[in-house]
Design a protein around this ligand. Structure first.
Ligand SMILES: [Zn+2]
Length: 259
C-alpha cells in the first residue's frame, strides 16, 4: 500500500472513531492530513459510515484538485492551518456538543484544569464568528492555531491540529472532554483558575514527554508517590515545536484556492 493510501485509510479510521465517540454526527465535522504538496480532506455532505479511503479529495497547494466528490466546504481553514504551521500534519474539525456549547457562548476554555495545556498553551481561544468556508474564518483559525493546537469557533465548533493524525484526534477528544467538565463546573460557579506560572510548569512538563533519553534520577522522581498526576501520567506524544510566531507567519502568502 502506498504512503498516500495508508494516510487515507488512517483518515477514514479517525473519522469513524470521532463519529463513534459522538464528536461528529451525520455529515458534520471533517478532517484532513498533509501529504507532500497538498492535503487529503474528507468530502462534503458524506457521513463517516459512507466514507471510504477512495472518497477523500486531494487538494494540492498549487490549486490542483483530484477526487470524485467535492471537498468539505470547510477546506479553506484546513489549508490555512497547514500554511501557517509547517509542523502540523493533520487537522480535525468537529461540531461536538460541549466544545460547541462553549463556543456558542463566545467563551474561551480557560486554565481551570491543567490538561488545558494539551493544546499547547494556558487556554483554548474562541475565534469570532465568521461564515463557514469563508476566507475570513480561515484567517481567524490560522491566527489562533499559530499559537495553539486547538481553538473554538464561535457559534460553530472546534478545530484541533497535531503533528500526526493521532495527535490531532487526541487533542480534539481531550478538549471536548475538558469543555464538558468546564460547563459542569460553570453550572455551579465560575471555577478558580490556575496561574500562568502553574500552567507554564505543566506546559514545560508536557514538552519533555517523548524525549528519547530520560535519566534515572528523573525516572525515580517521576515514580515517587508524592508527585502530581501530571508527573506519573504515561508518556504522551510530545507537543510539536511551533512554527515562528505571528510576525514571521504573516509574511507567508497563501496559495490561491483550488477550484
Ligand atoms: Zn463546521
Amino acid at each position: 500500500m502506498s504512503g498516500s493510501a495508508v494516510l487515507r485509510e488512517a483518515a477514514v479510521a479517525a473519522l469513524r472513531r470521532l463519529d463513534a465517540l459522538g464528536l461528529n454526527r451525520g455529515s458534520t465535522g471533517n478532517l484532513s492530513v498533509r501529504d507532500g504538496d497538498g492535503m487529503w480532506i474528507t468530502p462534503t455532505g458524506m457521513g463517516a459510515d459512507d466514507t471510504g479511503a477512495d472518497d477523500l479529495v486531494w487538494l494540492g497547494w498549487d490549486g490542483s484538485v483530484r477526487g470524485r466528490w467535492q471537498p468539505s466546504s470547510e477546506w479553506p481553514f484546513h489549508r490555512a492551518v497547514y500554511a501557517a504551521r509547517p509542523d502540523v500534519g493533520a487537522v480535525v474539525h468537529t461540531h461536538s456538543v460541549n466544545a460547541t456549547a462553549l463556543a456558542c457562548l463566545e467563551r474561551p476554555l480557560p486554565p481551570f484544569h491543567y490538561m488545558v495545556a494539551v493544546a499547547g498553551g494556558d487556554s483554548v481561544p474562541c475565534v469570532p464568528y465568521r461564515l463557514f468556508g469563508s476566507e475570513a474564518l480561515s484567517q481567524c483559525v490560522a491566527d489562533a492555531l499559530g499559537e495553539r493546537d486547538a481553538c473554538l469557533l464561535a457559534h460553530h465548533g472546534l478545530v484541533a491540529a497535531g503533528r500526526t493524525l493521532a495527535q490531532a484526534v487526541k487533542v480534539a477528544i481531550e478538549i471536548e472532554s475538558l469543555c464538558e467538565v468546564y460547563l459542569k463546573a460553570l453550572a455551579v460557579a465560575g471555577p478558580p483558575l490556575l496561574s500562568a506560572a502553574q500552567m507554564a510548569e505543566v506546559i514545560e512538563r508536557f514538552e519533555r514527554y517523548g524525549q528519547p533519553a530520560v535519566d534515572s534520577a528523573a525516572l525515580s522522581a517521576a515514580s515517587a508517590p508524592a508527585r502530581s498526576p501530571a508527573a506519573v501520567r504515561p508518556a504522551r506524544a510530545r507537543r510539536p515545536r511551533h512554527a515562528p510566531r505571528p510576525a514571521a507567519r504573516r509574511g507567508r502568502s497563501p496559495r490561491p484556492p483550488p477550484r
